[in-house]
Design a protein around this ligand. Structure first.
Ligand code: MN
Ligand code: MN
Length: 301
């Protein structure tokens, strides 16, 4: 058994319950033409109301945008008509992270691609158990997606989660891959197939846009406002990702821009590039967090 005690497991389960309820409420709420910032803020507010904390900013990734987009401050973008919208959310309870995602589909042409991600996730969950090689799980996901006539995104993976850790070290690929890693009983994993069209490139690449940030290394800074923002980040997010929106009011608004720029320039914080599919084809996603057991898994989300 990997090292989570009963108290830790109870926190993982509570984290997962909060996230499951939030996801189901968000499913009924996301609409075409809705401001993206409204989706992000609603999901994050629901998580807090239910007693959790967002483990990362709510990601709203539209069409070929695959991951790592959250609304920047004063975002004016809206969900376009006929969009395929991936909403990816995370909760932590005392640091214990769960992670889930769903795809809202407003284009009947892409319904099958939306359900292909859900079926691949279900196939992985139905088969996973302690001792299974991560490469085998990747193979199951790949086969399920290809059997439905679609293509997996090969360079995005699921991941083990831990306390204050969203990527705790082990990946679960979405394709067959050469790896000796095996999942163990007591470990907690997020499994997340990403699906695109058969003619697509089937990979993602980073763009220059960054909307989600993390603390890399705390160092001393001259700008007093930067110092204050850094202190706030350390106290509130530790190593977990955050959005610039979440820093509103930490320092007077006229000082915020310089302070944030200073923290980026000194590499105290860094941004995650927004990922897009390399051939700009639409992508769907489904995700659950599971606790591995001897004979299977417990779905936490
Ligand atoms: Mn996720
Ligand atoms: Mn994830």
């Amino acid at each position: 058994m990997n090292g989570y005690d009963q108290e830790a497991l109870a926190k993982f389960r509570l984290s997962g319950k909060i996230l499951r309820e939030t996801r189901e409420e968000m499913r009924n709420l996301v609409r075409e033409n809705m401001p993206i910032i409204q989706v992000c803020e609603k999901a994050e507010a629901l998580i807090r109301e239910k007693g959790g904390k967002p483990a990362f900013p709510c990601n709203v990734s539209i069409n070929e945008v695959t991951a790592h987009y959250t609304s920047p401050p004063n975002d004016e973008r809206r969900i376009p008509e006929k969009a395929l919208v991936k909403v990816d959310i995370g909760v932590h309870v005392d640091g214990y992270v769960t992670d889930t995602a769903f795809t809202a589909c407003f284009n009947s042409e892409h319904k099958k691609m939306q359900s292909a991600a859900e079926h691949a996730l279900k196939a992985a969950i139905d088969n996973i158990h302690a001792g299974m090689a991560t490469s085998k799980i990747g193979g199951i996901i790949e086969k399920s997606i290809k059997n439905r006539g679609f293509k997996p995104i090969s360079n995005l993976t699921g991941h083990s989660v831990g306390r204050y850790l969203i990527h705790a070290g082990t990946s679960i690929p979405n394709v067959t891959q050469i790896s000796l890693a095996k999942v163990k009983a007591g470990e907690v994993y997020a499994i997340e197939p990403f699906v695109t069209l058969p003619e697509a490139g089937g990979r993602v690449e980073g763009t220059s846009e960054k909307t989600i940030f993390r603390l890399v290394k705390a160092k001393s800074v001259k700008n007093p406002y930067a110092k204050q923002v850094l202190k706030y980040v350390q106290a509130n997010f530790r190593t977990l990702p955050f959005a610039e929106r979440w820093l509103k009011g930490v320092v007077p608004s006229e000082g915020h821009h310089e302070a944030f720029k200073e923290l980026l320039k000194t590499k105290i914080i860094a941004g995650y590039p927004v990922f897009v599919e390399i051939s700009r084809k639409p992508v769907s996603q489904a995700e659950h967090t599971v606790l591995i057991t001897e004979n299977g898994c417990e779905i936490l989300t």
